[in-house]
Write a protein that binds this ligand. Structure first.
Ligand code: FDA
Length: 307
């Protein structure tokens, strides 16, 4: 219930105006977001790259303005040039949301988003790194996977994201587990109806394990995006059973979440990539993070009353 309310609030302009105006929100936001500017993202990526891998996400989603989508493409191109200049390309890639690139525009949205994503893939290839296309709510899954398939014709290392809470995902894992296919498996962060998604935690976790089995026994490169302490050893075990070494798959976690576990797993020789968001449009991302753990909301509430 709490999670549904916060996901709904993440789409409410009134809540957004309220939360963005709260000066005391900033320290809590800083736990999950690297900062507003490219320099902040690079600073964080440089520090993390000492022992972990990174995927940088420029915050912004549900763009309904073509000029804004253009600004997003330029920001990614500038970021990728900087990643190359700083010699970070081996450890740092980028994540993009198609709705930030124009997918939600009323006319030709999917084509505009594909063209824009392609321009980011060109910049990533020039920099010597890769792009992963984030997954948004269930109404966008077919269009997103179609864009990923198109991008992979010229940029085969483009990553896709699948959400274990969707009933269709086990099938999508089987379709996408081909040679070299980079697939990030997460539980899913949106509030989806029972007609398309598992709603109970135990069902989502069971689906996650079924999807992991498909990905680990397939020929692709699984990216295990979870902080769940029960799923992590299961992923390791399935990888070992499938004959994978620690270089044949990776774990991924969010910036600011289970940081000790990130460090510990990296020190133990596991590939660990951190998803690092940055930019001024932090509100929807931040609200989804608050909804994932009641303690986050309590922390936020305490910060607001100054304790
Ligand atoms: P779960 O929510 O069950 O959490 C397990 C434990 O992890 C919790 O008990 C807690 O200890 C810790 N934890 C989890 N979230 C926390 C938080 N916000 N704050 C503090 N502790 C927390 N989703 C999506 O729909 N599309 C996408 O493209 C992506 N991309 C993505 C990339 C990466 C690298 C990650 C790690 C996650 C995503 N997600 C996502 C988000 C994902 O779907 C999911 O909402 C969160 O990762 C939380 O799910 P867990 O698997 O961690 O399990």
């Amino acid at each position: 219930m709490l999670r549904s309310a916060l996901v709904a609030a993440s789409r409410s302009p009134r809540c957004r105006a309220l939360v963005e105006r709260l000066p005391l929100a900033r320290p809590v936001v800083d736990r999950f977001v690297a900062g507003e500017h490219e320099a902040d993202a690079l600073h964080t990526a440089r520090a993390l790259a000492a022992d972990r891998f990174v995927t940088l996400d420029r915050l912004g989603e549900d763009t309904t303005d073509r000029a804004q989508a253009e600004i997003t493409v330029d920001a990614y191109r500038s970021l990728l040039a900087a990643v190359a200049r700083e010699g970070l390309a081996e450890r740092v890639e980028v994540s993009v949301k198609l709705s930030a690139l124009g997918a939600a525009l009323p006319l030709d949205g999917e084509k505009i988003a594909l063209d824009n994503a392609r321009r980011i893939c060109v910049a990533a290839a020039e920099a010597g790194t890769t792009v992963t296309v984030d997954m948004e709510d269930h109404t966008t899954v077919d269009a997103t996977l179609s864009v990923v398939r198109d991008l992979r014709v010229d940029f085969p290392a483009t990553g896709a994201v699948l959400q274990a809470y969707l009933r269709r995902t086990e099938g999508d894992c089987a379709d996408l587990a081909g040679p070299g296919s980079r697939i990030r498996l997460c539980k899913g962060a949106y509030d989806e109806p029972a007609s398309v998604a598992f709603r109970r935690r135990a069902e989502v976790d069971a689906s996650y394990v079924r999807c992991l089995k498909v990905l680990m026994s397939g020929q692709g490169y699984p990216m295990v995006a979870t902080h769940d302490p029960r799923l992590i050893p299961i992923a390791r075990e399935l990888a070992t059973r499938a004959g994978r070494t620690s270089r044949d798959y990776e774990f991924q976690m969010l910036f600011g979440v289970r940081v000790d576990a990130q460090r510990r797993m990296a020190a133990a020789g596991q590939r660990m990539r951190v998803y690092v968001p940055y930019g001024g449009e932090w509100y929807p991302y931040f609200m989804r993070r608050l909804g994932e753990r009641p303690a986050n909301l309590a922390f936020f509430a305490r910060a607001l009353v100054g304790r």
